[in-house]
Design a protein around this ligand. Structure first.
Ligand SMILES: Cc1cc2nc3c(=O)[nH]c(=O)nc-3n(C[C@H](O)[C@H](O)[C@H](O)COP(=O)(O)OP(=O)(O)OC[C@H]3O[C@@H](n4cnc5c(N)ncnc54)[C@H](O)[C@@H]3O)c2cc1C
Length: 428
């Protein structure tokens, strides 16, 4: 493909790849050339935060808009062969959510969540401890002071299979792929639109640009004087090796809000765990106050000196795991690493057109992007080429919400002047 690209997608993580594939498919349907979609990554595809995800796809979410999108995305994952033209099979393992009982013997907030999700046709229902026991292997310890909710449609993937499928989807789409190519700047035309994307190898002409650069976005788009409010929060991942002689190693995903950890079965006979994003505004704001991305960009995420797990961190995870798994007493540390969630000040995505540069579209995931990838890809194609149902839902997550004093209020809440953020509502 020479000349002008229809769209240049900056960033080849799961969101950039999904966007490029959906755009190419639409162009093809219109009888146009799919290679006029250009996907650029400064390293290799799916090598950023997309190399770190746990492969979990679930719809339950305390934010109704996010839950609707997650449901749409889950359905698309099940039909991914037709959408991305790739072979990728999920494990239909379901998920058990565990919370602490309140004084009334239930968990009122979660009961409300259950009602809201059912209204949106997301299967999420309270189950008894005995039903939870039937769904889990013997080594999962469930307690009488806990309540259990079951999301039968939750899926899990092997991230290595996902990465292969993402490459295959790109190859079959006939997108123009530029790996190991860094976007270093932009040129605007007299109308204030981006006319060129400048890379370290060549200057590209284009009609549209999609920002799918995740944690790297703030430093890239600062060059256009656009502030993309994304920062990162560290998270640790540990895999425990269990005995293959255990009766039933397969288990549902366990979203353990008593011990603040997600667990899933991992590869052959391992239990994988990491903690969820932090919800309290003080914690979120420290990630922004430290703001390593503004100056450095996000390359430090992949710096080898930044990957190691500390001894004490592993021991803390072991303590947490032992509360839930009787077999972790005798288990072996298999592997672990330090990683990062990409976060926004309100822990919600940034989706859709920029407010200043009209041919720039943002697609950032806010810490849970993998599960949304097929839906966000289609949504971006709608935003760029023709509006539709998903872009309508995406309007709730516009970057415009951070304008008009949002950040000032954010800092006021941190300092305690107006501490009203409903942290529970940020995300579950
Ligand atoms: C431990 C852990 C577990 C997780 N588990 C789950 C899960 O189970 N389910 C889920 O939904 N989510 C999960 N996530 C979140 C998920 O991994 C991320 O939200 C998602 O991968 C982000 O994808 P992305 O495409 O937005 O960003 P990235 O994958 O980070 O992609 C951004 C890309 O931009 C490229 N780039 C940067 N600068 C430039 C430049 N100048 N020019 C060109 N390219 C550039 C980078 O090289 C990178 O490839 C998890 C995250 C972590 C850390």
């Amino acid at each position: 493909m020479a000349g002008k690209f229809n769209t240049v997608v900056v960033g080849g993580g799961c969101l950039g790849i999904a966007t490029a594939i959906s755009l190419a498919a639409r162009l093809r349907k219109q009888g146009k050339d799919p290679s006029s979609i250009c996907l650029i990554d400064k390293f290799v595809l799916a090598g950023g935060l997309t190399a770190r995800h746990s492969g979990i796809v679930r719809s339950a979410n305390a934010d109704a808009g996010a839950a609707k999108l997650a449901k749409a995305a889950s359905e698309m994952w099940l039909n991914i062969e037709n959408i991305w033209d790739v072979e990728l099979e999920p494990e239909r393992c379901g998920a058990i959510w565990i919370a602490k009982k309140d004084a009334q013997g239930t968990n009122e907030k979660w009961d409300i969540l259950e009602k809201n999700l059912i209204k949106d046709k997301i299967r999420f229902s309270k189950i008894t401890i005995d039903e939870a026991r039937d769904l889990t292997p013997d080594f999962v310890q469930l307690n009488e002071d806990e309540v259990f909710y079951y999301e039968p449609d939750a899926l899990q993937y092997d991230p290595a299979d996902v990465r292969r499928a993402l490459y295959e989807g790109v190859r079959r789409s006939n997108i123009t792929l530029m790996e190991k190519t860094e976007v270093i700047g932009f040129r605007k035309n007299t109308n204030g639109l981006i006319s060129n994307v400048i890379t370290n190898k060549e200057v590209l002409s284009c009609d549209h640009v999609v920002n799918a650069a995740g944690a790297w976005a703030p430093s890239i788009f600062a060059k256009l004087s656009i502030s993309v409010p994304v920062s990162v929060e560290p998270v640790y991942v540990v895999n425990w090796l269990t005995s293959l002689a255990d009766k039933k190693v397969d288990m549902p995903i366990i979203a353990d809000y008593v011990n603040r950890a997600y667990f899933r079965s991992w590869r052959d006979g391992e239990i994988h765990m990491h903690q969820p994003r932090k919800r309290a505004i003080q914690q979120t704001s420290s990630a922004f106050a430290e703001n390593p991305l503004g100056l450095l960009g996000a390359d430090f995420l992949n710096d080898p000196s930044n990957q190691a797990l500390g001894y004490s961190q592993t021991r803390i995870y072991e303590d947490i795991s032992k509360k839930r798994f009787s077999n972790v007493q005798q288990t072996v540390f298999s592997s672990g690493f330090r990683s990062y969630f990409d976060i926004t000040p309100d822990l919600k995505f940034i989706l859709g057109p920029d407010t200043k540069v009209k041919n720039l579209f943002h697609c950032l995931g806010s810490g849970q992007a993998f599960k949304f990838a097929p839906a966000f890809g289609e949504m971006m194609a709608e935003f760029v080429l023709e509006p539709g149902r998903l872009s309508e839902l995406g309007k709730n997550f516009s970057i415009s919400r951070f304008e008009g004093g949002f950040m000032e209020q954010f800092w006021n809440r941190v300092t305690g002047q107006n501490y009203t953020l409903e942290t529970e509502n940020a995300s579950l």
